[in-house]
Ligand binder design. Structure first.
Ligand SMILES: [Zn+2]
Length: 455
């Protein structure tokens, strides 16, 4: 069987033009399911041909326009035509666009607002950046080439350059104007490290965090330290994006690093930040797992282990309720039952898991002591329906910095490349790209002590 695909142009003046775009051939015999409908290559050819036909008609219409001179408002005349090759989502298109000259003063007029040296449409740039945010450049280039009639940008280097450019634009974008005023906002700021590919530095510091309103509106932000991206500016914009006003009640959380507290002050967050419950819970969880691995080969050791786990749990309860500024009591009580795990011979032969447990507990004590002025009554906040810490989920954090940048994959990043890709990834999470391909992760539920530990 065969068809002719004809585009019929419908004009406002009632005129109509038509153009035959493509001949489609398909078998009428359906004994093989592979013959059902259009093939991928037919589909790609179809949209590419339709795209070129539409662009040709558009440029014809465009050339008939006579823009006014910006200086003397006299209508312009066509000076000459310039060929353009533009990569679109549906193939590379070729078109001629007129350049205009004023009949009065002789001034030149472009007749369009395209950026200088424009080679691709914004939509193609965004789709390329979105795919690059989700997978390595080489893989993204392959997927796009497979599915779309893109004959430009199938080269990973082109894709990288395009993605970093989009990242730059996203970084410099103004805050959204649509934000409704937020009554309360929780802000979290954290830092992590990724591997560097540049000489003289092994790791790059990444600052990342999020803002969330009481109504659940959420934005994430991230930047690599010592780049052109100012994390303070990103924080200010994120706050504006979710509707911060002078009346908004703002609560900030960090993991206790003084550098992060300075960033918050520079971003205009003047209320002292609280210590993030998540970071406390993570340390307690580590102590608990270590206690779980203690040898319980005798009933005596079984009881001792249960007592240790109960002590860690008690410590968690006391911190949660704002009653612990250090772990000294816990350390004393656990020290009392520890001899049970020490071997008959000597202290030096004691179980390694016991040493790990002791290290973990001492670390908790140090952490609590150094951060005691930043501890808050988490239980009270939780009962009031307020956040107790960061709500940037592990999934989101992994997506932003780990999944493609972690050690196991041996990914090494340039400072600028990682920073600008982060801007694209944040835009993906924040749903700033086209509809339906936006927000990847849902806002986390307000965490209680148990859920926070599991996270
Ligand atoms: Zn003029």
């Amino acid at each position: 069987m065969g068809w002719v695909l004809r585009l019929v142009e419908t004009g406002v003046d009632g005129s109509s033009r038509n153009v035959d775009v493509m001949v489609i051939e398909c078998p009428g015999d359906l004994s093989d399911i592979a013959d059902l409908g259009l093939t991928l290559s037919q589909g790609k050819q179809l949209v590419a041909l339709v795209q070129q036909a539409i662009v040709t008609a558009q440029s014809r219409d465009h050339a008939a326009r006579r823009p006014e001179c910006r200086t003397c408002t006299t209508p312009c005349q066509v000076k000459d035509y310039r060929p353009h090759q533009i990569a679109t989502l549906f193939g590379q298109v070729v078109l001629r666009l007129p350049r205009f000259r004023c009949a009065g003063c002789g001034g030149a007029e472009a007749g369009h607002g395209w950026p200088a040296h424009c080679r691709s449409t914004p939509e193609l740039d965004q789709v390329r950046a979105q795919f690059s945010a989700l997978m390595p450049y080489r893989v993204a280039a392959g997927v796009l080439e497979l599915l779309l009639p893109i004959d430009a940008g199938s080269d990973p280097e082109t894709l990288r350059a395009c993605t970093l450019k989009v990242g730059e634009d996203l970084r410099d974008a103004a805050p959204a104007e649509t934000a409704t005023a937020a009554a309360a906002i929780t802000l979290s700021l954290d830092s992590t490290f990724i591997r560097s590919c540049e000489d003289g530095q092994r790791h790059l510091e990444v600052r990342l965090g999020n803002v969330e309103t009481s109504d659940g509106a959420q934005q994430v932000f991230a930047a690599v330290a010592k780049t052109d991206t100012a994390i303070e500016a990103l924080i200010r914009r994120s706050l504006a994006d979710v509707g911060k006003t002078v009346d908004t009640e703002l609560t900030a959380f960090t993991d206790g690093c003084s550098g992060l507290r300075t960033i918050l002050i520079n971003a205009g967050v003047t209320e002292p930040p609280g210590l993030d419950w998540f970071h406390i819970a993570m340390r307690l969880r580590h102590a608990e797992t270590t206690a779980d691995s203690l040898p319980v080969d005798t009933p005596e050791r079984g009881h001792a282990q249960a007592a240790i786990v109960a002590e860690v749990d008690r410590l968690r309860w006391r911190i949660w309720n704002g009653k612990a500024k250090d772990a000294k009591v816990t350390l004393e009580r656990i020290r009392a039952v520890m001899p049970v795990f020490q071997g008959e011979q000597s202290d030096r032969k004691r179980d390694p898991s016991l040493r790990r447990l002791w290290t973990a507990l001492r670390e908790i004590d140090r952490y609590l002591t150094s951060q005691s002025s930043w501890l808050v009554n988490y239980a009270e906040r939780h009962r009031a329906g307020l956040r107790v810490g960061t709500s940037i989920t592990e999934g989101t954090a992994n997506f932003l910095v780990n999944r493609r940048m972690n050690k196991s994959q041996q990914m090494r990043w340039s400072r600028r490349g990682a920073d600008l890709l982060l801007q694209v990834r944040c835009a993906v999470v924040n749903g700033k790209f086209g509809a339906g391909f936006g927000r990847l992760f849902k806002a986390q539920e307000n965490l209680g002590p148990e859920a926070a530990i599991a996270a």
